[in-house]
Design a protein around this ligand. Structure first.
Ligand code: FES
Length: 189
């Protein structure tokens, strides 16, 4: 009896080998081109994104009037409304953030940014505890914004903002956001 016939592989023809080499080279050129383009696109996105651009420094904004604050020093939260301008648009009178205002004396007010310096959640005021607390990771802050609990993960106190009283009753705040997660107050530029 004759046994099974083994198939011998045919030697590759020079034309097929050259074509395969060409496809491999073309593929690697495309892949390395894409790899190079990704960081370029990311850099362009950062450059073109108006929210990432510098020039976001703000002047004082009229936030509230003195008689809208309780005289017992209880803080009240206010939205900060101002014109927002970026590279492409000007949006008049839009909310750009929020602050807690607290009357410390008849004609004196402190302003605290509501954003928790740990990771950017909004802190809440508890009148029962007379303190601010962050719902995200339980940072706690005293009425003046200092850290009230050593276990708080926040690396710094709440961000105090400059305040001016104008025309005897208008509370103007120099609104500014600061980078979260740092012990120092570094303005978001
Ligand atoms: S964001 Fe406030 S404690 Fe983490």
């Amino acid at each position: 009896m004759v046994g099974p016939v083994e198939r011998m592989e045919e030697p590759e023809r020079p034309q097929e080998s050259a074509r395969r080499d060409f496809v491999k080279k073309a593929g690697s050129i495309v892949i390395s081109g894409l790899a190079g383009a990704i960081p370029t696109c990311a850099a362009l996105t950062v450059f073109l994104d108006p929210l990432q651009r510098k020039g976001q420094r703000r002047d004082f904004v009229h936030v509230a009037s003195l008689d809208s604050l309780p005289s017992d020093g209880t803080p009240r939260q206010f939205s900060v409304i101002a014109d927002r301008t970026d590279a492409w648009n000007k949006s008049p009178r839009v909310p750009i953030g929020a602050v807690y205002l607290r009357k410390t004396e008849a004609n004196q007010v402190i302003a605290l940014n509501v954003v928790c310096p740990h990771a950017g959640c909004f802190v809440e005021y508890s009148s029962a505890q007379k303190a601010f607390s962050c719902p995200c990771h339980n940072s706690r802050f005293a009425l003046d914004g200092t850290i009230a609990d050593r276990k708080s993960p926040s690396p710094r106190a709440l961000d105090a903002l400059e305040v001016e009283i104008r025309n005897q009753s208008e509370i103007w705040v120099k609104f500014q956001n600061f980078i979260a997660g740092h012990a120092q107050k570094i303005p978001v530029s």
